[in-house]
Structures are given as structure tokens and as C-alpha cells.
Design a protein around this ligand. Structure first.
Ligand code: GLP
Length: 241
């Protein structure tokens, strides 16, 4: 694991964007695994800026998002689909057909999960996977558990996650109780992983991810088993390391 502590959120975001841009410049048809949440927002802003300045071109990139809420349609403002278009895809030139985000509103969600894994495999896997981290150590929506969920799956969100994510909704009752998440297998099979964390509320999760026991009870700790992980944190998130 390579850990880099940046001065603040802005510097972390700029560094993250430069790593993604380098990936795309070196391999224009990269398969990017993308994340949502508040942490990567600055990174997406910077990537849009770099695209507008002609420093990076996404026309051959294929994207796979980590997760989506069950029950929220693509046009729901809190869906991850909406987030991705609103914060990134509307402003850059990733072709619409190259954008993959699991749908949380199909009748047969098991099939959605199966098809998603199949598509990732058909495209040859993910070159660079971006991750945020939950306070409880979740990555994507791989929640702490006593067993490993390897493939894309439907997950029951735990109370802490529902509570953390309620800040984006009018009321906690509006937060979906389930989500579809890429499993640990697709994430771990990515050639490279880029984990971002900002703020003191993530310090404990980062400490356990880097130095803690490797356990499914702290999913980010499993990243210790991957050979090419870069962790970018700001000073607050690095506080307990
Ligand atoms: C959500 C997402 C994760 C994200 C995490 C942290 O639950 N499913 O992909 O990394 O929460 O979010 P934030 O960056 O807003 O703290």
C-alpha cells in the first residue's frame, strides 16, 4: 500500500485527478471503476477542468460504478446514476454507451448483478478502481460482515451507513435500506486501486484499513492483500496513523 498524506481536501482531489488523468493518457481505452459520495466530488471537478483544458480525453474510456441504491430510478436526485451525470458525465466526453451503473429498479436484481459482473469480465476487468471509505470501513457498499461477498450483490445497508447517508436525503426514512454493490472480487481484481479519504471522521477507518487486522468486519482492510493500492488522505484523515 502506498500512502500519501496531502495538506488538505483540495490537494487530495487534485492528486487523485492527476492519477486518473495519467491512467487515461497512458491507456486511452481504460476501464475505470468509479465511486460516489462526497469525497470524490473535488476529484471530479478537477477532472472536468482538465478535460476543458484539453489535458485529458475520455472518448475511449469505459466506466463501471461501484454501487447504486435499490429503488431509486436514474432520474432520482439521490441516485448514484444522477450523481455521476450531474457531477461528471454531463461535462465530459465519456460516450453514453460506455457508462455502466447498476440499475436498482429492475424486477430481477439478481440478474442485474450477474449481468454487471459478466460485463466487467467481458471488458477485461477494471484498470483503475477509485474508492471512498465509509466510517465503518465499507468500500462500495460492502458492509462489515462475517462473510465475504465476492460478486456484485444486493446488500442490506446497516444502520450506521443509513444514518451517515441520511444527510443527502430530506429524512432518514427516505434513505433506501438496500443497495447493489460491486463485490470484493471485482474490486480486488482491478489492476490498480485508488482509495480517497478526507476528514477526521474517517481517521479510525483509515487506521484500521492500513494497520488493522485483515477482516471482512472492516472491508477496507482487505485492500492490504492487493499489490497496487494508493491511498490518498488529507491530514485529518491521517491523524491516527
Ligand atoms: C457511500 C458509498 C461509498 C462511499 C462512502 C463514503 O455509502 N456507497 O462508495 O465511499 O459512502 O461516502 P463519503 O465520501 O460521502 O463520506
Amino acid at each position: 500500500m502506498r500512502l500519501q498524506v496531502l495538506e488538505n481536501y483540495k490537494e487530495m482531489s487534485v492528486k487523485a485527478a492527476s492519477i486518473i488523468a495519467s491512467q487515461v493518457i497512458l491507456k486511452p481505452d481504460s476501464n475505470l471503476g468509479l465511486a460516489t459520495g462526497s469525497t470524490p466530488l473535488g476529484m471530479y471537478d478537477k477532472l472536468v477542468e482538465m478535460y476543458e483544458e484539453d489535458l485529458v480525453n475520455f472518448e475511449k474510456v469505459v466506466t463501471f460504478n461501484l454501487d447504486e441504491y435499490v429503488g431509486l430510478a436514474a432520474d432520482h436526485p439521490q441516485s448514484y446514476n444522477y450523481y455521476m451525470f450531474d457531477n461528471f458525465f454531463e461535462m465530459v466526453n465519456v460516450p453514453k454507451d460506455n457508462i455502466n451503473i447498476p440499475s436498482g429498479i429492475e424486477d430481477d436484481l439478481k440478474q442485474v448483478c450477474k449481468d454487471y459482473d459478466q460485463k466487467i469480465n467481458d471488458y477485461g476487468g477494471i484498470d483503475l478502481q477509485v474508492l471512498g471509505i465509509g466510517k465503518n470501513g465499507h468500500i462500495g457498499f460492502n458492509e462489515p460482515d462475517n462473510k465475504l461477498r465476492t460478486n456484485t450483490h444486493v446488500v442490506e445497508l446497516n444502520d450506521e451507513t443509513i444514518n451517515d447517508n441520511s444527510r443527502f436525503f430530506d429524512s432518514i426514512d427516505d434513505v433506501p435500506k438496500k443497495a447493489i454493490s460491486m463485490g470484493m472480487s471485482s474490486i480486488m481484481k482491478a489492476q490498480k486501486i485508488l482509495l480517497l479519504a478526507s476528514g477526521k471522521q474517517k481517521a479510525q477507518a483509515i487506521k484500521k484499513a492500513i494497520n488493522g487486522e485483515i477482516t471482512t468486519e472492516h472491508p477496507a482492510s482487505l485492500l492490504q492483500l492487493h499489490s497496487d493500492v494508493t491511498i490518498l488522505v488529507d491530514k485529518d484523515a491521517a491523524k491516527l496513523i
